[in-house]
Ligand binder design. Structure first.
Ligand code: PBG
Ligand code: ZN
Length: 331
């Protein structure tokens, strides 16, 4: 058989490990990683979280060791979640000046002012009903009252900024949440505090371990009246367009690996806006569990998962593997 042109041999470029290193398109670095922390009320608390091996509910007095470890591993940023002493219908602890998160922010800034602090702005960890805002009786039964929630959300964001938070990340999927927070922050002089919007957050079954960890499962109903339907991607672009209009500085897609198409479409539509992805608790738990059974190579799968998220368009990744990845990357 005669070819007019020589066969294109793609394998030439794969023949040497140094050459493969040289032409690799996607590089994961510790700078890409955001480490979640679960802050528990009280003292002397270090409760392992069952479906999230290696993660703990920590009381504020336990933070010095944790923050030191993150520094040693060059992890640049944390995102905070809180377990308050008291839950109530409005989630008051979430916007109180001495709430669990506000106290944790001050402590962390004391321990290491260089560590970026992102706060998850939502209500589900603080409300006794477990929903992401204030409830009201609608024609369809109890539902989250969008606009009443926005007012409290702005208060919550301001209280985070006042405590020293660097970035505010609203995760409740309320309409208008970005502009409500922007107006709130600007009104208090926090013009330079960026908003990272959980712009396309899906109603996913992969949040199970997290909800258990922070005791935030809805007491009745589900989150489908505010989080997105997993079947939709055009709708995600509309959500994202609205958040951009409202002034989001950065965007996020959540979960990550089942939603790589959403990451890619978002990056293509808004190449100029930094994009994050949240590799969530269920994604972590599945890898951990299979590895524990000896069925997969944990380190290899972890790196493949996170690399695929970057390849799809994410600039940074909130995830539960930060320490392992950083250890591996720093050698
Ligand atoms: C709160 C919130 C959730 C997660 C992050 N912020 C849970 C939810 O929406 O029910 C999930 C994170 C994870 O599963 O790792 N709104
Ligand atoms: Zn929530």
């Amino acid at each position: 058989m005669q070819n007019q042109f020589p066969m294109t041999r793609m394998r030439r470029l794969r023949s040497h490990p140094k050459l493969r290193d040289m032409i690799r398109e996607t590089i994961l670095t510790p700078n890409d990683l955001v480490h979640p922390l679960f802050i528990h009320h009280g003292n002397d608390v270090k409760n392992p979280i069952s479906a999230m091996p290696g993660h703990y509910q920590l009381s504020i007095d336990q933070l010095p060791n944790e923050i030191k470890a993150l520094k040693t591993l060059s992890i640049p940023a944390v995102i905070l979640f809180g377990l308050p002493q008291e839950k109530d219908p409005l989630g008051e602890d979430s916007y109180s000046h001495n709430g669990i998160i506000q106290s944790a922010i001050k402590k962390i800034k004391d321990l290491n002012p260089d560590l970026l602090i992102i706060t998850d702005a939502c209500f589900c960890e603080y409300t006794d009903h477990g929903h992401c805002g204030v409830l009201h009786n609608s024609s369809k039964g109890m539902d989250v009252d969008n606009d009443a929630t926005l007012e409290l959300l702005a208060q919550q964001a301001i209280s985070h900024a006042q405590a020293g938070a660097d970035i505010i990340a609203p995760s409740g999927m309320m309409d208008g949440m970005v502009s409500a927070i922007r107006q709130g922050l600007d009104g208090e002089g926090f013009h330079n505090t960026p908003i990272l919007s959980y712009a396309a957050k899906y109603s996913s079954s992969l949040y199970g371990p997290f909800r258990h960890a922070v005791d935030s499962a809805p007491q009745m109903g589900d989150r489908k009246s505010y989080q997105m339907d997993a079947a939709n991607s055009n709708e995600a672009l509309r959500e994202i367009a609205l958040d951009v209009q409202e002034g989001a500085d950065m965007l996020m897609v959540k979960p990550a690996t089942y939603y790589l198409d959403i990451l890619r479409r978002t990056k293509d539509a808004y190449p100029g806006i930094p994009l994050g992805a949240y590799h969530v608790s269920g994604e972590y738990a599945m890898i951990k569990a299979a590895a524990e059974k000896g069925w997969i190579d944990e380190e290899a799968v972890m790196l493949e998962a996170l690399t695929s998220i970057k390849r799809a368009g994410a600039d940074f990744i909130i995830n539960y593997f930060c320490k392992e990845v950083s250890k591996k990357l720093l050698g």
